[in-house]
Ligand binder design. Structure first.
Ligand SMILES: [Zn+2]
Length: 75
């Protein structure tokens, strides 16, 4: 896989995903991603994006302020 922006090579990595939903903020740690070795751009697989959506939907129903969850164990 190559970087969308600079065509550099992407390596498997993990990132932290933040979402600010006005009523609360959700932080998902250890999200698997691709990271460009050249420019540092982060890319998420479609299945990871889908899983993040369901984690955020579920967690947002439970918290009122800030939630910090692990990608692997959430939802
Ligand atoms: Zn790049």
């Amino acid at each position: 896989m190559n970087c969308f922006f600079c065509k550099g090579s992407m390596k498997p990595s993990t990132t932290t995903h933040f979402v600010d939903l006005k009523k609360c903020m959700i932080i998902v740690k250890n999200v698997p991603c691709w990271e460009c070795e050249h420019c540092g751009e982060i890319l998420l697989d479609d299945e990871v994006v889908a899983r993040l959506d369901s984690i955020i939907k579920k967690v947002s129903e439970l918290v009122t302020e800030i939630a910090v969850v692990e990608y692997d164990t959430a939802a």
